[in-house]
Ligand binder design. Structure first.
Ligand code: HEC
Length: 172
């Protein structure tokens, strides 16, 4: 009897260890990523800490982040002009409204243009983080206009823009 009890206890401990192991394996398969009570909360945290608002939310950076969440990620009519032409941070609420979560993950994993969007950093995010971003942005109401269309190099924008053209110091 005692032996049976010990046996059962050992099986119980073994199963608990397996459960633990399963959790660990799935965590390490995904690599490091943000874990929060909900994916939406994780996505909100990522948006706040990864700089997305700095460009995609008008007035966010100049006001030191004092823009209400109701205005976040609505895109910007302030262009970034550089050797790549002039680009505008998209209205990400519209972006997620128009694509599936899998298409979003695919885009964040493969897209390379254009500056100054930090594509290399976004590409490096773990897949659960990319999904959390989508779920958070999708939880925001669809609002705001689409950003202006990007211009090729050499065209002067009719919108306000920041000049990011590299300037070499002239020798003196
Ligand atoms: C330094 C400014 C800057 C930052 C920071 C930034 N973006 Fe962008 N983003 C842009 C610009 C500019 C574009 C437009 C690029 C283009 O036209 O090719 C863009 C485009 C995008 C697009 C493509 C949208 C579409 O509809 O095609 C996605 C998605 C995106 N950004 C997500 C993010 C996320 C998520 C973050 C935060 C992790 C972020 N961006 C941070 C400037 C920025």
């Amino acid at each position: 009897m005692i032996r049976q009890l010990i046996g059962l206890t050992l099986i119980g401990v073994g199963l608990a260890a397996c459960d633990q192991a399963r959790v660990d394996v799935s965590t390490s398969e995904a690599g490091p990523h943000v874990v929060a009570a909900t994916d939406i909360e994780a996505g909100r945290y990522l948006v706040m800490t990864s700089g997305c608002n700095d460009c995609h939310t008008p007035g966010y950076a100049p006001s030191g982040g004092k823009v209400p969440e109701s205005e976040w990620l609505k895109g910007s009519g302030m262009g970034f002009m550089g050797p790549w032409g002039t680009t505008y941070p998209h209205n990400l609420r519209r972006t997620v409204a128009g694509m599936t979560e899998d298409a979003w993950v695919e885009m964040l994993s493969t897209r390379e243009d254009s500056a100054p969007m930090p594509w290399p950093s976004v590409r490096a995010m773990a897949e659960p983080d990319k999904r959390a971003l989508y779920r958070y942005i999708k939880s925001l109401p669809l609002a705001g206009e689409p950003a202006p269309t990007a211009l090729p190099p050499g065209q002067t924008p009719t919108t306000p823009y920041e000049n990011m053209m590299p300037v070499m110091p002239t020798g003196g």
